[in-house]
Ligand binder design. Structure first.
Ligand code: GUN
Length: 284
Protein backbone atom coordinates (compact mmCIF):
# COMPACT_ATOMS: atom_id res chain seq x y z
CA UNK A 1 0.00 0.00 0.00
CA UNK A 2 1.39 3.38 -1.01
CA UNK A 3 2.17 6.17 1.41
CA UNK A 4 -0.37 8.94 0.91
CA UNK A 5 1.40 12.31 0.59
CA UNK A 6 -0.55 14.84 2.64
CA UNK A 7 -0.55 18.00 0.53
CA UNK A 8 -2.56 19.90 3.12
CA UNK A 9 0.08 19.32 5.80
CA UNK A 10 3.00 20.19 3.51
CA UNK A 11 1.15 23.31 2.30
CA UNK A 12 0.56 24.32 5.91
CA UNK A 13 4.32 24.29 6.52
CA UNK A 14 4.94 26.46 3.45
CA UNK A 15 2.21 28.85 4.60
CA UNK A 16 3.73 29.12 8.07
CA UNK A 17 7.07 30.06 6.50
CA UNK A 18 5.33 32.59 4.25
CA UNK A 19 3.44 34.07 7.23
CA UNK A 20 6.76 34.55 9.03
CA UNK A 21 8.27 36.28 5.99
CA UNK A 22 5.20 38.51 5.65
CA UNK A 23 5.52 39.53 9.30
CA UNK A 24 9.20 40.39 8.74
CA UNK A 25 8.33 42.47 5.67
CA UNK A 26 5.63 44.30 7.61
CA UNK A 27 8.21 45.28 10.23
CA UNK A 28 10.04 46.99 7.39
CA UNK A 29 6.88 48.78 6.34
CA UNK A 30 5.96 46.59 3.39
CA UNK A 31 2.74 44.59 3.13
CA UNK A 32 2.85 42.16 0.21
CA UNK A 33 -0.16 42.76 -2.05
CA UNK A 34 -1.81 40.50 -4.62
CA UNK A 35 -4.41 41.54 -7.20
CA UNK A 36 -6.66 38.75 -8.39
CA UNK A 37 -8.59 39.37 -11.59
CA UNK A 38 -11.55 37.20 -12.55
CA UNK A 39 -13.61 37.73 -15.68
CA UNK A 40 -17.04 36.13 -16.08
CA UNK A 41 -18.75 33.70 -13.76
CA UNK A 42 -17.15 30.29 -14.25
CA UNK A 43 -17.98 28.48 -10.97
CA UNK A 44 -14.64 26.61 -10.74
CA UNK A 45 -12.71 29.85 -11.26
CA UNK A 46 -14.84 31.52 -8.60
CA UNK A 47 -13.94 28.79 -6.11
CA UNK A 48 -10.21 29.02 -6.94
CA UNK A 49 -10.26 32.81 -6.58
CA UNK A 50 -12.09 32.65 -3.24
CA UNK A 51 -9.54 30.10 -1.98
CA UNK A 52 -6.64 32.28 -3.10
CA UNK A 53 -8.06 35.36 -1.34
CA UNK A 54 -8.72 33.42 1.83
CA UNK A 55 -5.20 31.99 1.80
CA UNK A 56 -3.75 35.51 1.41
CA UNK A 57 -5.68 36.75 4.42
CA UNK A 58 -4.47 33.83 6.54
CA UNK A 59 -0.80 34.68 6.03
CA UNK A 60 -1.23 38.47 6.19
CA UNK A 61 -0.97 39.22 2.46
CA UNK A 62 -3.15 42.11 1.31
CA UNK A 63 -5.37 41.14 -1.62
CA UNK A 64 -7.69 42.95 -3.99
CA UNK A 65 -10.23 41.26 -6.20
CA UNK A 66 -11.28 42.63 -9.56
CA UNK A 67 -14.39 40.73 -10.68
CA UNK A 68 -15.29 41.82 -14.19
CA UNK A 69 -18.36 40.85 -16.23
CA UNK A 70 -18.00 38.28 -19.02
CA UNK A 71 -18.74 41.07 -21.52
CA UNK A 72 -15.54 42.94 -20.56
CA UNK A 73 -13.60 44.05 -23.65
CA UNK A 74 -9.96 43.27 -24.35
CA UNK A 75 -9.13 46.98 -24.03
CA UNK A 76 -10.77 47.25 -20.61
CA UNK A 77 -8.88 44.23 -19.35
CA UNK A 78 -5.58 45.51 -20.75
CA UNK A 79 -6.22 48.87 -19.08
CA UNK A 80 -6.78 47.21 -15.73
CA UNK A 81 -3.53 45.24 -16.05
CA UNK A 82 -1.67 48.43 -16.99
CA UNK A 83 -3.09 50.14 -13.90
CA UNK A 84 -2.11 47.23 -11.62
CA UNK A 85 1.40 47.14 -13.12
CA UNK A 86 2.11 50.56 -11.58
CA UNK A 87 -0.01 50.26 -8.45
CA UNK A 88 2.39 50.64 -5.51
CA UNK A 89 0.60 48.44 -2.98
CA UNK A 90 0.28 45.55 -5.47
CA UNK A 91 3.30 43.29 -5.95
CA UNK A 92 1.64 40.35 -7.67
CA UNK A 93 -1.02 40.16 -10.39
CA UNK A 94 -2.96 37.03 -11.18
CA UNK A 95 -5.53 36.84 -13.97
CA UNK A 96 -7.57 33.72 -13.41
CA UNK A 97 -7.60 31.38 -16.38
CA UNK A 98 -9.56 30.52 -18.50
CA UNK A 99 -10.89 33.87 -19.74
CA UNK A 100 -14.28 33.95 -21.47
CA UNK A 101 -14.28 33.31 -25.23
CA UNK A 102 -13.28 36.31 -27.27
CA UNK A 103 -10.62 37.55 -24.88
CA UNK A 104 -6.99 37.09 -25.85
CA UNK A 105 -5.38 35.46 -22.83
CA UNK A 106 -1.91 35.47 -24.33
CA UNK A 107 -1.99 39.24 -24.81
CA UNK A 108 -3.18 39.72 -21.23
CA UNK A 109 -0.42 37.53 -19.81
CA UNK A 110 2.18 39.37 -21.87
CA UNK A 111 0.86 42.70 -20.57
CA UNK A 112 1.54 41.76 -16.93
CA UNK A 113 4.85 43.16 -15.71
CA UNK A 114 7.20 40.15 -15.39
CA UNK A 115 8.18 41.25 -11.84
CA UNK A 116 4.52 41.04 -10.81
CA UNK A 117 3.78 37.82 -12.70
CA UNK A 118 3.31 35.53 -9.70
CA UNK A 119 1.90 32.75 -11.91
CA UNK A 120 5.17 32.75 -13.90
CA UNK A 121 3.18 32.63 -17.15
CA UNK A 122 4.83 35.62 -18.87
CA UNK A 123 7.16 34.55 -21.73
CA UNK A 124 10.06 36.23 -19.96
CA UNK A 125 9.49 34.14 -16.83
CA UNK A 126 8.86 31.01 -18.90
CA UNK A 127 12.21 31.62 -20.58
CA UNK A 128 13.85 32.01 -17.18
CA UNK A 129 12.40 28.67 -16.11
CA UNK A 130 13.88 27.08 -19.22
CA UNK A 131 17.32 28.50 -18.40
CA UNK A 132 17.02 27.70 -14.70
CA UNK A 133 17.47 31.32 -13.60
CA UNK A 134 14.15 32.30 -12.11
CA UNK A 135 12.54 34.61 -9.55
CA UNK A 136 9.21 32.84 -9.69
CA UNK A 137 8.63 29.14 -9.82
CA UNK A 138 5.46 28.08 -11.61
CA UNK A 139 3.04 27.35 -8.74
CA UNK A 140 1.74 23.87 -9.49
CA UNK A 141 5.01 22.29 -10.67
CA UNK A 142 6.87 23.92 -7.77
CA UNK A 143 4.26 22.47 -5.44
CA UNK A 144 4.89 19.00 -6.89
CA UNK A 145 8.63 19.33 -6.28
CA UNK A 146 7.93 20.35 -2.66
CA UNK A 147 5.73 17.30 -2.19
CA UNK A 148 8.49 15.02 -3.49
CA UNK A 149 11.00 16.75 -1.20
CA UNK A 150 8.69 16.38 1.78
CA UNK A 151 9.04 12.60 1.50
CA UNK A 152 12.73 12.72 0.54
CA UNK A 153 11.92 11.19 -2.82
CA UNK A 154 15.09 11.39 -4.89
CA UNK A 155 14.65 12.93 -8.37
CA UNK A 156 18.25 12.80 -9.61
CA UNK A 157 18.80 9.97 -12.05
CA UNK A 158 15.19 8.79 -11.82
CA UNK A 159 12.92 8.16 -14.77
CA UNK A 160 10.29 10.90 -14.56
CA UNK A 161 7.27 10.77 -16.82
CA UNK A 162 4.91 13.73 -17.15
CA UNK A 163 1.59 13.07 -18.84
CA UNK A 164 0.34 16.35 -20.31
CA UNK A 165 2.12 19.20 -22.07
CA UNK A 166 0.22 22.31 -21.00
CA UNK A 167 2.01 25.60 -20.53
CA UNK A 168 0.68 25.83 -16.96
CA UNK A 169 1.71 22.38 -15.75
CA UNK A 170 3.20 19.79 -18.14
CA UNK A 171 5.99 21.81 -19.75
CA UNK A 172 7.24 23.67 -16.65
CA UNK A 173 6.89 20.45 -14.62
CA UNK A 174 9.22 18.69 -17.03
CA UNK A 175 11.72 21.57 -16.74
CA UNK A 176 11.76 21.51 -12.94
CA UNK A 177 12.28 17.74 -12.88
CA UNK A 178 15.09 18.19 -15.40
CA UNK A 179 16.70 20.92 -13.25
CA UNK A 180 16.61 18.38 -10.43
CA UNK A 181 18.54 15.95 -12.66
CA UNK A 182 15.64 13.66 -13.48
CA UNK A 183 15.53 11.83 -16.82
CA UNK A 184 12.33 13.29 -18.17
CA UNK A 185 9.80 12.08 -20.73
CA UNK A 186 6.75 14.12 -21.67
CA UNK A 187 3.73 12.18 -22.92
CA UNK A 188 0.63 13.58 -24.61
CA UNK A 189 -2.40 12.61 -26.65
CA UNK A 190 -0.31 11.54 -29.66
CA UNK A 191 2.17 9.47 -27.64
CA UNK A 192 2.54 5.87 -28.79
CA UNK A 193 3.04 3.11 -26.19
CA UNK A 194 1.88 5.37 -23.38
CA UNK A 195 1.38 2.44 -21.03
CA UNK A 196 4.92 1.11 -21.56
CA UNK A 197 6.48 4.53 -21.08
CA UNK A 198 4.51 5.14 -17.89
CA UNK A 199 5.41 1.70 -16.57
CA UNK A 200 9.05 2.74 -16.79
CA UNK A 201 8.50 5.78 -14.54
CA UNK A 202 9.95 6.02 -11.04
CA UNK A 203 8.10 9.31 -10.72
CA UNK A 204 4.85 9.67 -12.65
CA UNK A 205 3.11 13.04 -12.82
CA UNK A 206 -0.41 13.02 -14.26
CA UNK A 207 -1.67 16.32 -15.66
CA UNK A 208 -4.07 15.21 -18.36
CA UNK A 209 -7.43 16.47 -17.15
CA UNK A 210 -9.17 13.10 -17.62
CA UNK A 211 -10.78 11.37 -14.64
CA UNK A 212 -8.94 8.24 -13.46
CA UNK A 213 -6.90 8.15 -16.67
CA UNK A 214 -3.87 6.52 -15.01
CA UNK A 215 -4.74 2.94 -14.15
CA UNK A 216 -2.77 0.44 -12.05
CA UNK A 217 -1.45 -1.40 -15.13
CA UNK A 218 0.32 1.82 -16.20
CA UNK A 219 2.29 2.11 -12.96
CA UNK A 220 5.58 0.47 -12.04
CA UNK A 221 5.63 -1.22 -8.66
CA UNK A 222 7.12 1.19 -6.14
CA UNK A 223 6.67 4.34 -8.25
CA UNK A 224 5.79 7.76 -6.81
CA UNK A 225 2.57 8.93 -8.44
CA UNK A 226 1.62 12.60 -8.35
CA UNK A 227 -1.88 13.57 -9.44
CA UNK A 228 -2.39 17.12 -10.71
CA UNK A 229 -5.91 16.41 -12.02
CA UNK A 230 -9.08 18.09 -10.78
CA UNK A 231 -11.79 16.15 -12.51
CA UNK A 232 -15.31 14.86 -11.92
CA UNK A 233 -16.12 11.16 -12.04
CA UNK A 234 -19.25 9.65 -13.59
CA UNK A 235 -21.23 10.63 -10.47
CA UNK A 236 -19.99 14.20 -10.50
CA UNK A 237 -17.65 13.59 -7.56
CA UNK A 238 -14.28 15.37 -7.46
CA UNK A 239 -11.45 13.04 -8.48
CA UNK A 240 -8.02 13.17 -10.07
CA UNK A 241 -6.33 11.86 -13.20
CA UNK A 242 -5.27 8.75 -11.29
CA UNK A 243 -7.39 5.75 -10.40
CA UNK A 244 -6.37 6.17 -6.76
CA UNK A 245 -8.08 3.10 -5.35
CA UNK A 246 -6.16 0.70 -7.59
CA UNK A 247 -2.93 2.63 -8.13
CA UNK A 248 -2.27 2.94 -4.40
CA UNK A 249 -1.87 -0.85 -4.32
CA UNK A 250 1.06 -0.64 -6.75
CA UNK A 251 2.77 2.69 -6.03
CA UNK A 252 5.03 3.49 -3.09
CA UNK A 253 3.82 7.11 -2.82
CA UNK A 254 0.63 8.71 -4.09
CA UNK A 255 -1.11 12.08 -3.77
CA UNK A 256 -4.87 12.21 -3.16
CA UNK A 257 -7.40 14.48 -4.86
CA UNK A 258 -8.47 16.61 -3.11
CA UNK A 259 -5.75 17.27 -0.53
CA UNK A 260 -2.64 16.60 -2.63
CA UNK A 261 -1.28 19.01 -5.21
CA UNK A 262 -4.17 21.52 -4.97
CA UNK A 263 -3.25 23.06 -1.58
CA UNK A 264 0.39 23.28 -2.70
CA UNK A 265 -0.46 25.41 -5.74
CA UNK A 266 -1.96 28.09 -3.53
CA UNK A 267 0.88 27.90 -1.00
CA UNK A 268 3.43 28.48 -3.78
CA UNK A 269 1.40 31.43 -5.06
CA UNK A 270 1.68 33.00 -1.60
CA UNK A 271 5.41 32.33 -1.65
CA UNK A 272 5.72 34.00 -5.06
CA UNK A 273 3.80 37.04 -3.83
CA UNK A 274 6.28 37.47 -0.98
CA UNK A 275 9.19 37.02 -3.41
CA UNK A 276 7.63 39.72 -5.61
CA UNK A 277 7.22 42.11 -2.67
CA UNK A 278 10.84 41.61 -1.64
CA UNK A 279 12.23 42.23 -5.12
CA UNK A 280 10.07 45.30 -5.69
CA UNK A 281 11.15 46.94 -2.47
CA UNK A 282 14.84 46.11 -2.60
CA UNK A 283 14.55 44.45 0.75
CA UNK A 284 16.20 41.15 -0.06
N1 GUN B 1 -6.44 28.42 -13.76
C1 GUN B 1 -6.14 27.17 -13.36
N2 GUN B 1 -4.96 27.17 -12.71
C2 GUN B 1 -4.52 28.44 -12.69
C3 GUN B 1 -3.37 29.08 -12.15
O1 GUN B 1 -2.48 28.47 -11.55
N3 GUN B 1 -3.30 30.42 -12.33
C4 GUN B 1 -4.24 31.13 -13.01
N4 GUN B 1 -4.07 32.45 -13.17
N5 GUN B 1 -5.31 30.56 -13.53
C5 GUN B 1 -5.44 29.23 -13.37
Amino acid sequence: MAIRIDGKAVAEKVRAKVAFEVAELKKQGVTPGLAVVIVGDDPASRTYVNNKKKACAQVGIYSEEYALPAATSQDELMELVAKLNVKKDIHGILVQSPLPNGLDEKAVVEAIHPDKDVDAFHPSNVGRIMIGNYHFLPCTPAGVIELLRSENIEIAGKNCVVIGRSNIVGKPMAMLLLHNNGTVTICHSKTKNLKEICRNADILVAAVGKPKFVTADMVKRGAAVIDVGMDRDENGKLCGDVDYENVEKVASYITPVPGGVGPMTIAMLLQNTVTAAKSQNWLK
